[in-house]
Design a protein around this ligand. Structure first.
Ligand code: MGD
Ligand code: MGD
Ligand code: SF4
Ligand code: MO
Length: 749
């Protein structure tokens, strides 16, 4: 019998990046527990962690490539699958051009070194403008606002929850989601500690959530009205002389523009639209200003709505105007060990950069501007089903399930049937991948190494933690990064048998070149061959990660600072390396062309007119739909794991008792919910935790599609809430979908 082995490994499922202790025997996972010695999570885990065990064994998970033969997806060898792609993809590019191939990248790619380091290789080889991702059904508004204010897309101020005295949370439920754009394992413990040291937690949400339950105060807000509330708080600060930027005053442009804009948004003017009384808004503003150390934090509910970018911007406007940005206990900038854009750039002129630019090209059908090289996911269906030159004819999905996750889901599902070629890189045959002509499987997460290149940049502490693969790669499986290189080679016209080693070396050399190109870079002027040799014998993601760590702010600079970080050093520290609490970084962190915090970016200022119009908009008294997350669920893709779906079905519509009575809805009965985009029938759950006039349905359900192979999920199918989301409704600056505050008709069945 194989011996029992213990591994330490970061959980790959959500942004909390908890440390796990995984026991294996041979290729079998015996147990998954919290790693008490993890420098960041100290043993905390949530119920999803144990799902790793079930995922490893799930018989439905794809273990070979699949190719469509005579209309049926059939098991195939890698050679057959790649030959099929090589026979069809370059031909489409040759005949219809590069933009005829669209790519959609889903959320798990951000939890995966392959996705983070090799998706761009495929994007470059493909050269298409039809790039889509889950970002535009999620955090794009925040990335736009921080890009304009601070200069890079991941310069997201992180609430310093461990040291703050006052935390205002809008549209986030970290006790269920475990935090987002806020990597902080055990948010319950951290928020409890905040209150125990006399701090105050205020939650603004249309639902009395689990997070609201442990807060000092909860305010119901009308979906989509957060920007009005926050502007009114700015108004109070300005009119009561409470604006105090402190140290930031010398580094901030546009304060007067913002306070002038706020003039129209008095607490009295916004109160009825938000559903929060004017004197409460005044008090909220005063308490925020008076708190010794405070932070404002907004997440999914503040982004995936009509005023996503304005709301995301106002969150940080308040952090700046109260002097809490970049201060201990306020909202701070992480300094991650690897790959953080706002720690790179011209070392001779730190604190300045190129800033960000959007709208360099526009989408074919609706003419919406590109943002960070992407079009809105809500535009994908129309780019496929609208005839004409430049139509999307092929789609590649990587770790995404847009058929459930993006708006107008019914239309996208139909549109996918009209594609000439669909290639999916995924773990499962699900609602999206069932449409594929070729599916390329990926290893179980435990069969790959892990490092949180993205989330370490969004963490409440500076932490670095690398985990090698726990399980051997299964027979016949290939590493996902190799698959991405194969696809890149095919898209680039090099065929299905290109020399992978040479391609990967080219990727490493390109990254070395990039790192060396910035003035004052730690490895500027060094011989690239020497650097490459120093990274040997590593290849793949490990080689790139070692490079990024070594040139990073804590890195050894390839021998210049020998005692500092390398991948070897992380390997020797399986519980992670703690690099300390967040420290003030302004002005060094800024990458705006002016070297200032841009408090009033032109495009955002121009969008305020739209918000002003909302002030006088009369509500027709109808119901609006929002979404929610669930503890034992992870978007759409973990519903095939029995322990996570056992018990009562959770895909229900929450409705307030008074609305239920008025509409004739009963708990456990069914409701028909219709919007401009579609209709679903869903079980009713009557609850006074939800605001009057609002109903909530979680996303990621609707597992009853023909041709999918998720047996357990099919037994708890639920409904696809994105059938109701109208893809024509976008936050204009970010192209983000409006997934909250959707007008709906609700009727009893
Ligand atoms: N109405 C509504 N819609 C929403 C939201 C909402 O709040 N309301 N939330 C939005 C948000 S925040 C997000 S992030 C999106 C998520 O949207 P998506 O990313 O499109 O969807 P997921 O459900 O995360 O699906 C992930 C896919 O990746 C596969 N997968 C898992 N691990 C791996 C891996 O390691 N490699 C590969 N190649 N594949 C893998 C899974 O099998 C699944 O097919 O949904 C959005 N949609
Ligand atoms: N268990 C679990 N954890 C997850 C996920 C999951 O599916 N399940 N998904 C992961 C992903 S991809 C992400 S992006 C994060 C998201 O993390 P969070 O942002 O914390 O996610 P939610 O729990 O959806 O919280 C959003 C809240 O916004 C509220 N809301 C809706 N509309 C509005 C509005 O207009 N204004 C305000 N103020 N509030 C509004 C909703 O009621 C809800 O409570 O979670 C991650 N973690
Ligand atoms: S909170 Fe997130 S990272 Fe932590 S164990 Fe749960 S799913 Fe994994
Ligand atoms: Mo997300």
């Amino acid at each position: 019998m194989d011996e029992l082995r213990t591994h330490h490994r970061t959980c790959p499922f959500c942004e909390a990046t908890c440390g796990l202790q995984v026991q294996t025997r041979g290729r079998e996972v015996v147990s998954v527990r919290g790693d008490a010695d993890d420098v960041f999570s100290h043993g905390y885990i949530c119920p999803k962690a144990t799902a790793l065990e079930y995922l490893a064994q799930d018989p439905d998970r794809l273990r070979t490539p699949m190719v469509r033969r005579d209309g049926v997806l059939t098991e195939a060898t890698w050679e057959e699958a790649l030959a099929e792609i090589d026979a069809r993809l370059p031909a489409i590019i040759a005949e219809h051009g590069r933009d005829a191939v669209a790519i959609y990248m889903g959320n798990p790619g951000v939890h995966n070194l392959s996705g983070l380091l090799y998706n761009t290789v495929l994007l470059r080889a493909l050269g298409s403008r039809n790039v889509y991702s889950a970002s535009t059904v999620d955090q794009m508004p925040k990335q736009v606002s921080v890009g304009l204010m601070f200069g890079t897309m991941l310069s997201v101020p992180i609430p310093d929850v461990d040291r703050t005295d006052h935390l205002l949370v809008l549209g986030a439920n970290p006790l269920v989601s475990n935090g987002s754009l806020l990597t902080a394992p055990d948010m319950r413990g951290r928020l409890r500690a905040l209150r125990e040291r006399g701090g105050k937690l205020v939650v603004v949400d249309p639902v009395h959530t689990r997070t609201a339950q442990i807060a000092d105060e909860h305010h119901f807000v009308r979906p989509g009205a957060d920007a009005l509330l926050l502007f009114a708080m700015v108004n109070v600060l300005a009119t009561e002389g409470r604006v105090d930027l402190g140290r930031l005053a010398d580094h901030t442009a546009g304060v007067d523009v913002v306070t002038a804009l706020a003039a129209d948004f008095t607490p009295e003017a916004v109160a009825s639209a938000c559903g929060i009384p004017a004197d409460t808004i005044r008090r909220m503003a005063r308490e925020l200003a008076d708190a010794e150390r405070a932070a404002v934090y907004g997440r999914v509910g503040s982004c995936t709505q009509e005023f996503g970018t304005l709301t995301s911007w106002l969150v940080d406007v308040l952090n700046v105007l109260t002097g809490n940005l970049d201060r201990e206990g306020g909202a701070m900038f992480t300094l991650a060990a690897a790959g953080q854009r706002n720690s790179q750039g011209d070392r001779e002129r730190p604190g300045r950069g190129k800033g960000v630019r959007f709208g360099r090209w526009a989408s074919r059908v609706r003419g919406v501007p590109e943002v960070y090289g992407e079009f809105p996911a809500a535009c994908l269906a129309e780019e496929i089903d609208t005839p004409g030159d430049g139509r999307v004819r092929a789609l590649i999905t990587i770790a995404g399930n847009p058929a459930l996750s993006t708006p107008d889901a019914g239309r996208l599902d139909q549109a996918m049937r009209g594609l000439d070629l669909t290639i999916c890189v995924d773990l499962y045959l699900n609602e999206t991948t069932r449409h594929a002509d070729v599916v390329l499987p990926v290893p179980d997460p435990l069969q790959r190494s892990h490092y949180d290149l993205a989330f370490a940049q969004l963490a409440v502490r500076n932490v670095a933690n690398y985990s090698p693969a726990v399980l051997e790669l299964a027979d016949g499986m290939r590493h996902e990064w190799e698959t991405m290189l194969r696809l890149a080679a095919i898209a680039g016209g090099q065929g299905a048998d290109a020399d992978l080693g040479a391609l990967d070396e080219f990727v490493a050399r390109t990254l070395i070149g990039l790192e060396q190109s910035v003035p004052g870079a730690p490895v500027a002027g060094r011989d690239p061959d020497e650097l490459l040799a120093a990274l040997a014998p590593r290849v793949g993601p490990e080689r790139l990660l070692d490079l990024l760590l070594r040139v990073g702010p804590y890195g050894d600079h390839f021998g210049d600072r020998p005692d500092r970080l390398t991948l070897d050093r992380l390997l020797a520290n399986p519980h992670g390396v703690d690099l300390g609490p967040l420290r003030p970084r302004i002005p060094e962190v800024l990458r705006t062309p002016s070297g200032m915090i841009e408090l009033a970016p032109e495009s955002i200022v121009a969008d305020v007119a739209r918000l002003r119009a909302a002030l006088t908009r009369r509500s027709n008294g109808g119901m609006v739909l929002i979404g929610r997350r669930q503890l034992r669920s992870n978007n759409s893709w973990m519903h095939n794991l029995a322990p996570l779906v056992k018990g009562r079905d959770s895909c229900t519509m929450l409705v307030h008792p008074d609305d239920a009575a008025r509409l004739g809805l009963v708990d456990g009965g069914f409701a028909k919910v219709s919007s401009t985009a579609g209709t679903v029938q869903v079980p009713v759950e009557v609850s006074d935790s939800i605001m009057l006039g609002v109903v909530s349905i979680p996303h990621g359900w609707g597992h009853d599609a023909d041709g999918a192979r998720m047996t357990v999920a099919a037994g708890h199918a639920g409904v696809n809430s994105n059938v109701l989301a109208d893809g024509s409704q976008l936050d204009p600056l970010s192209g983000n979908a409006v997934l909250n505050g959707i007008p709906v008709e609700v009727a009893a069945i």
